[in-house]
Design a protein around this ligand. Structure first.
Ligand code: BGC
Length: 521
């Protein structure tokens, strides 16, 4: 056996492939982070002539609007030019956008930069989970996609603390307070662009393009240690070929298939899941925690408020790790139901504690402020905010990306993931606008409202979302034909899949736990 070079070892290792593509998550996180930090600094306000609330809303909106459009249209290049090249193209956009932002001499150039960055993040947020789920073996698919969520959390945290450090710039170089964070964000994009060429195309995309030999080689490299005859590789090839043959015979209108009732329903599940992910209320904290803590008088001064707020971003990073380790064990349904109930509870308590304080309107402005009244209440509130973030990080953060990327058949996968991802960005954009207003209008009621959303999403998942852990992407059609609340018998699904694809051999030994499958990657 020929020994592999270190580069080949890296570029054929599923963990390395999934993690490298996840660099795009850091770009995503930087983008989210830049909506909240830099714009609060005096340096930004002074240089950009104190943008009015409306103009600032537009500047923020330029980013999420770009994300929405990028995600919506990414399905086409992902199918036509490959997941890999689409990611590389998006990295180029991101680098250009970051240069425009870092060099901006006024609002117009800043907005152009933000739109470009937004377009790029829209594209990558859709393509990365798609690519990851198509290269991952079924037993660790959740884990591999969760790595992208982890990168997002790293991006948000890094951007917060980079901004925190850069805000001390003053004197002649005071614009460094925003130029540095905007320039640094190009780094992951440059790395992604420079390194992605070495990683393989998605084997499922290759097969769909009729490039079966290359697809087999990639599958052998990543799942069979280079051996085409490996039992698992053979089984995957047969399943993929059967599905593609079926698609070619039955499905004449590729994208229009999404309108067929069974797929339209599934697409609605993907779209709702992404909308629910935004309605968890996580971005109230990610974008506005500083405002929330300020409103509630948390921290003795601005510095202390910022640090208490910054801890959230650290909790977010740390608590995504359990999901990476165990989401494939816990299953998708349980994790989502448990996460939504926990978030509902913590938000309810935050709202409840806030309702107990004394609300007053700040002199000179109409801003509602809160005198929380007791240290115990203040500590309880901060603790519940952290617990809420922790619950999101381990559950809906990763699941929001894992589930939609794994439930669609190949011919509509890219377009369906596009739709669901753009729904996420649409709601992200809407919340960006309405949350600050609701913080003033319904005050503590905001947290209770989102507690209610979380409860509803737990019910929706319980009623409608089947468990998908441990099934191959090709088996999802069978999974979605069953009662979503029934625990599926794996042997039944496998037998049914074998019958439909005309496969008679028996399958490789099934691996229920991630540990047992370590040796396949
Ligand atoms: C969500 C973002 C959120 C982030 C927080 C992502 O999965 O889509 O809207 O800001 O998680 O970690």
């Amino acid at each position: 056996m020929v020994s592999k070079s270190w580069l080949t070892k890296v570029t054929t290792n599923v963990y390395a492939i999934g993690s490298f593509a996840a660099l795009a998550g850091i770009m995503f996180g930087f983008d989210i982070g830049s909506n909240s930090g830099v714009i609060l600094t005096w340096q930004y306000r002074e240089y950009f002539n104190n943008p009015s609330d409306l103009l600032q809303g537009g500047i923020n909106g330029a980013l999420s609007a770009g994300c929405f459009v990028g995600a919506l249209f990414a399905g086409f290049p992902a199918d036509r030019y490959s997941r890999k090249y689409t990611l590389m193209g998006a990295s180029v956009l991101f680098v250009i956008g970051s240069v425009f932002q870092a060099a901006s001499n006024g609002v117009p150039l800043l907005c152009v930069g933000r739109v470009l960055n937004g377009l790029s993040v829209g594209v990558t947020s859709m393509v990365v989970p798609l690519y990851q789920s198509e290269i991952a073996p079924k037993e660790i698919r959740g884990r591999i996609v969760a790595v992208q969520q982890w990168s997002i959390t790293w991006g948000i945290m890094l951007s917060f603390w980079i901004q925190y450090g850069a805000q001390y710039s003053s004197g002649d170089s005071y614009t460094a307070a925003f130029r540095i964070p905007w320039a640094i964000q190009a780094v992951p994009a440059i790395l992604l662009l420079a390194g992605m060429w070495a990683f393989p195309f998605s084997p499922r995309w290759l097969a769909d393009q009729g490039r079966m030999e290359e697809a087999i080689k990639v599958l052998a490299d990543i799942h069979g240690g280079g051996d085409i005859n490996h039992e698992r590789v053979q089984m995957e090839i047969q399943e993929i070929e059967a599905v593609i043959k079926f698609d070619r015979e039955q499905a004449s209108h590729r994208y229009a298939d999404i309108l067929k009732p069974q797929y339209a329903y599934r697409a609605s599940l993907g779209i709702c899941l992404q909308i629910w992910q935004q309605l968890t209320g996580m971005n109230i904290i990610m974008f506005y925690v500083v405002l929330l803590f300020e409103q509630a008088g948390i921290g003795s001064d601005q510095e202390a408020t910022l640090v208490s707020a910054g801890v959230n971003y650290v909790v977010n990073v740390v608590m995504t790790v359990p999901a990476i380790l165990w989401v494939d064990k816990w299953g998708r349904r349980n994790t989502m139901i448990f996460g939504a109930l926990a978030m509902s509870l913590f938000l309810w308590v935050v709202g409840g504690l806030m309702s107990q304080g004394r609300w007053y309107q700040e002199e000179g402005s109409d801003r509602w402020m809160l005198e929380i009244g007791s240290t115990a209440r203040a500590n309880g509130m901060v603790a519940c905010v952290y617990l809420f973030v922790a619950s999101f990080a381990t559950t809906w953060g990763p699941l929001g990306w894992i589930y939609p990327a794994e439930i669609f058949p190949l011919r509509i996968r890219a377009i369906a993931v596009s739709l669901s991802t753009s729904a996420n960005w649409l709601f992200n954009w809407v919340l960006n606008f309405v949350v600050p207003m609701l913080m003033q209008r319904i005050r503590f009621g905001l947290y209770m409202l989102f507690a209610g959303f979380n409860f509803l999403m737990a019910c929706h998942v319980f009623l409608a979302y089947p468990e998908t852990k441990g099934f191959t992407l090709e088996e999802m059609d069978i999974v979605f034909e069953q009662n979503p609340r029934k625990k599926l018998d794996r042997a039944f699904v496998e037998a049914e899949m074998a019958r439909r694809s005309g496969i008679n051999d028996h399958r490789p030994p099934d691996a229920d736990s991630t540990e047992k499958t370590e040796n396949i990657v």
